[in-house]
Design a protein around this ligand. Structure first.
Ligand SMILES: [Zn+2]
Length: 171
C-alpha cells in the first residue's frame, strides 16, 4: 500500500513522521500519501421474509454468501452505488428505502466503511452477473451456515431473531 514514488511528480518517497504516524512523503515536492479507508455500499434487499444474497467470486470471503455490495465510484453517492451493485450482481432493480447500518470492514486490501441500505425490490427474477458465483433469495430462517464478513451476527441474525419473535407473539 505504501507509495514508493510520488503520485504527482514520480520522485522517490521517504518515510516521514506526519500527524502521529509514519507516512510516505515525496523527496522532491513534499506530496504526502494519506491512506484512508474506502467507501462501499451494501444492499439489504428484503422480500417479505426473504433476503437477497450473492455468492462472492472474489477475495476476501471467496465462495461465501453475502449481501450484494461494492465500492462507490468517485462521483457516486452511496445510495446510488447500492442500486447499481444490486443490478450488476443480481440483475434486479431495487429502490433504496433507508440507511440500515454503517459497518467497518477491515478484511481485504482495501479496508472500508460499508453503508448498508435497506432496499425494496422492484423486479424479482435474478440474473447473476459475471462478478458473482450466484445470487439467490434466502428465507431468514434458512440462511447459509457461512456468511461473509459480519453479515450474520451484525445484520442478518438480529433481523431473523427479531422477525421470529414477532411471529411468535402472533401465534
Ligand atoms: Zn513529488
Amino acid at each position: 500500500m505504501d507509495a514508493r514514488h510520488c503520485q504527482l511528480c514520480g520522485s522517490p518517497t521517504e518515510a516521514a513522521a506526519i500527524e502521529g504516524r509514519e507516512r510516505r512523503r515525496c523527496t522532491t515536492c513534499g506530496w504526502v500519501q494519506w491512506l484512508n479507508p474506502a467507501a462501499a455500499a451494501a444492499g439489504l434487499v428484503l422480500l417479505e421474509r426473504r433476503v437477497l444474497l450473492v455468492r462472492r467470486a472474489i477475495a476476501p470471503c471467496h465462495g461465501m454468501w453475502a449481501l450484494p455490495a461494492g465500492f462507490q465510484e468517485i462521483d457516486e453517492p452511496a445510495a446510488q452505488a447500492v442500486e447499481r451493485e444490486v443490478r450488476e450482481e443480481c440483475g434486479i432493480v431495487v429502490s433504496v428505502e433507508a440507511l440500515h447500518d454503517l459497518v467497518w470492514v477491515p478484511e481485504g486490501h482495501r479496508p472500508a466503511n460499508v453503508a448498508v441500505y435497506r432496499c425494496k425490490p422492484l423486479t424479482f427474477d435474478l440474473h447473476p452477473g459475471p462478478d458473482v458465483l450466484d445470487a439467490a433469495w434466502f428465507e431468514l430462517d434458512e440462511l447459509p451456515a457461512e456468511l461473509a464478513f459480519s453479515n450474520g451476527p451484525r445484520i442478518l441474525w438480529p433481523l431473523r431473531d427479531a422477525d421470529a419473535g414477532g411471529r411468535g407473539a402472533g401465534l
